[in-house]
Write a protein that binds this ligand. Structure first.
Ligand code: GTP
Ligand code: MG
Length: 228
């Protein structure tokens, strides 16, 4: 539970008209949406393990954006700090990151998400097929999930980022460097990060090939055993 000090601090970010109750309600709804998506992903992963004896998801991280960075983002995009604006224009208040072993898992998971009846996909950005200039690679989806409250249902936006372990390693280092230099890192560091992103792609590709070879070998071995 938040102390009254923290509540006052939250109030400062949104101004008096919106009231802290509204911000608390927003937090409640987005936290519920995040939990729903996380649970859905865990169930899909377990079901996949049951059917294919294989887990496509390594691990999952999730977070709710702080009021401070929500307000910063609104300001950066020229919007007033109102609850209405944050709900309409900030798509990553609830964010979930799904980390997989192989690139093929990413598309498998994205496909499973698209086929969930109560999840509506609003946008997809494939930075694996089309990496950012920085070298950033990941698969992004903005979706909505229905959150059932006692008197209404709120379709709530969640940003889903799906990436491999190697892509995640790259992104967290690049993020740290970006912050350290306040977005203005020396040119040679940026260049080296781009080179590292190519190494990440090569590694992901090699690991995928290796895994497929191993799977094929164990399939053949299985057949040989069956034939005995
Ligand atoms: P914001 O970047 O959140 O303002 O939204 P956007 O509309 O530009 O969306 P985009 O899908 O491009 O990026 C959303 C999120 O992806 C960011 O908040 C980061 O978490 C991550 N991201 C995007 N680009 C980069 C990058 O170059 N490096 C790293 N480390 N993360 C990135
Ligand atoms: Mg973001």
């Amino acid at each position: 539970m938040k102390g009254s000090r923290q509540k006052e601090k939250d109030m400062e970010w949104f101004g008096e008209n919106d009231g802290i109750e509204t911000w608390q309600e927003v937090q409640l709804v987005y936290t519920a949406a995040l939990r729903q998506v996380q649970t859905k992903m865990e169930i899909l992963n377990e079901e996949f393990q049951h059917v294919h004896q294989y887990n496509p998801i390594e691990h999952i991280k999730s977070r709710i954006k702080t009021p401070e960075s929500i307000v910063k983002k609104l300001r950066r995009n020229g919007y007033d700090s109102t609850i209405e604006n944050m709900v309409n224009y900030v798509n990553d208040i609830a964010g979930i990151r799904i980390i997989c072993s192989f690139t093929s898992d990413i598309y498998r998971i994205a496909d499973m998400i698209e086929h969930q009846h109560d999840i509506k996909v609003l946008t997809v950005k494939d930075y694996i097929m089309f990496p950012k200039v920085s070298g950033y690679k990941s698969y992004h989806m903005i979706v909505t999930v229905p959150v059932y409250l006692s008197d209404r249902t709120v379709d709530t936006k969640v940003e889903i980022q799906i990436r491999t372990v190697a892509m995640d390693f790259w992104a967290s280092l690049e993020h740290k460097i970006h912050y350290k230099f306040e977005g203005d890192a020396p040119e040679h560091i940026k260049q080296e990060l781009v080179e590292c992103s190519h190494l990440v792609s090569d590694l992901d590709e090699k690991m995928l090939q290796l895994n497929e070879e191993i799977l094929e070998l164990s399939r053949i071995q299985g057949q040989q055993i069956d034939n005995i």
